[in-house]
Write a protein that binds this ligand. Structure first.
Ligand SMILES: NC(=O)C1=CN([C@@H]2O[C@H](COP(=O)(O)OP(=O)(O)OC[C@H]3O[C@@H](n4cnc5c(N)ncnc54)[C@H](OP(=O)(O)O)[C@@H]3O)[C@@H](O)[C@H]2O)C=CC1
Ligand SMILES: O=C(O)C1=N[C@H](C(=O)O)C[C@H](O)C1
Length: 267
C-alpha cells in the first residue's frame, strides 16, 4: 500500500510540532514537506529542534510547495488568515486539507464546502481533535435538548489568538441545533462593565478565560429549577489531539466531501 504523503503547515508551532512527530511515527505516512514562513528554502533538519528530517524540504509559499512536491494531505495548524489561504490553495491543487486552525468565519466554511463539492475532494475542518472534547460537545448537544439555559466557559493558555475558541463556537452551534431559542438571564439585565456576561450566541453566553499554565479546557453548564449539569473536558497536553488528527488524515483520504467537526466522522 502506498504511503499517505503529508505536508504540515506551521511545523514550529505547539500543534504543528506534534503533528510532524505524528507523521514521522506513523508507518504509512510520509512527511514530504513543511510550510514555514520563516524558513523557506531550507531542509527541516536545519531548523532548530528537528532531527531525522534531512530529506524534508521547507517552503514558505504554498504554491511553490505543491508545484514541486506531490502530496495527498495538508495538515494546517497556523493562524486563520493563513490557514484559509492554505486550505483554498490545497483544494486547487487536489490536495486534501485536514485543518485544526481555528477562527474561520461562516463565509470561509461555506466557500470551502462549495469548492469541495465542485472538486469532489475530501476536506476536514476540526475545531477540536481531542476525542474527549468531541464527546463533550456531543453530550452538551444531548443536554441542550432538555436545558435551555447554558453557559459555556472555555479556558486556554494565554498565547491563544482567537476568542472564543473554535470549540466553544462549535459547541454553541451544536447545542443551538436542538435547543429552543432563549434570551438568558433577567430581561432587564445590564452590564455595568462591558463583557461581563461574555459573548452571546442565540442567547447562550460564552466566557473565555486565558491564563498561563492552561492548555485547553471547556465546561458547559446547564441550569434549570433546582439543578445544574456540568459537562467538562480537559486537554493536559497536545498529544491529546493527535489520535484525532490521525483519524482525520485516514478519513480524508476516503471521502470526497466537506466535513466540519470530528463528530461527523467518529463512529
Ligand atoms: N483543532 C484542534 O484540536 C486544535 C487547534 N488549535 C489551533 O491550531 C492553531 C495553531 O495553534 P498552536 O500550535 O497552539 O499555535 P502556535 O502559535 O504555537 O503555532 C502557529 C504556527 O503558525 C505559524 N504562523 C504564524 N503566522 C504565520 C504566517 N503569517 N504565515 C505562516 N505561518 C504562520 C507560526 O509561526 P511563527 O512562530 O513564526 O509565528 C507557528 O509556527 C490555532 O488556530 C489553534 O487555535 C490548537 C490546538 C488544538
Ligand atoms: O488554541 C488552542 O490551544 C486550541 N484551540 C482550539 C480551539 O480554538 O478550540 C482547540 C483546543 O481548544 C486548543
Amino acid at each position: 500500500m502506498s504511503k499517505v504523503r503529508v505536508v504540515v503547515a506551521g511545523p514550529r508551532g505547539r500543534m504543528g510540532n506534534e503533528a510532524v512527530n505524528l507523521v514521522k511515527n506513523t508507518e504509512n505516512y510520509e512527511l514530504v514537506a513543511v510550510l514555514d514562513h520563516r524558513h523557506g528554502g531550507k531542509l527541516l533538519n536545519d531548523i532548530e529542534g528537528f532531527h531525522g528530517f534531512s530529506s524534508v524540504p521547507v517552503f514558505s509559499n504554498i504554491e511553490d510547495c505543491f508545484q514541486n512536491v506531490q502530496a495527498d494531505v495538508l495538515i494546517d495548524l497556523t493562524i486563520p488568515e493563513v490557514g484559509m489561504h492554505h486550505t483554498r490553495t490545497a483544494l486547487q491543487y487536489g490536495v486534501r486539507p485536514v485543518v485544526g486552525t481555528t477562527g474561520f468565519t461562516n463565509d470561509d466554511l461555506q466557500e470551502l464546502e462549495n469548492t469541495c463539492n465542485e472538486k469532489e475532494l475530501g476536506c476536514i475542518i476540526a475545531p477540536n481533535f481531542a476525542l474527549g472534547a468531541v464527546l463533550m460537545m456531543k453530550f452538551s448537544q444531548m443536554a441542550g435538548k432538555y436545558f435551555r439555559d447554558v453557559e459555556i466557559i472555555e479556558l486556554h493558555h494565554d498565547q491563544k489568538l482567537d476568542a472564543p475558541s473554535g470549540t466553544a463556537v462549535k459547541t454553541a452551534e451544536m447545542i443551538s441545533e436542538v435547543r429552543e431559542s432563549k434570551v438568558q438571564g433577567h430581561p432587564a439585565e445590564k452590564e455595568t462593565m462591558a463583557g461581563a456576561r461574555g459573548a452571546n450566541f442565540d442567547g447562550m453566553h460564552i466566557h473565555s478565560v486565558r491564563l498561563p499554565g492552561l492548555i485547553a479546557h471547556q465546561q458547559v453548564m446547564f441550569g434549570s429549577e433546582g439543578q445544574m449539569l456540568t459537562i467538562r473536558h480537559d486537554s493536559f497536553n497536545r498529544a491529546s489531539f493527535m489520535s484525532g488528527v490521525k483519524l482525520a488524515v485516514d478519513t480524508v483520504m476516503k471521502i470526497d466531501t466537506f466535513v466540519y467537526g470530528l463528530e461527523n466522522i467518529m463512529e
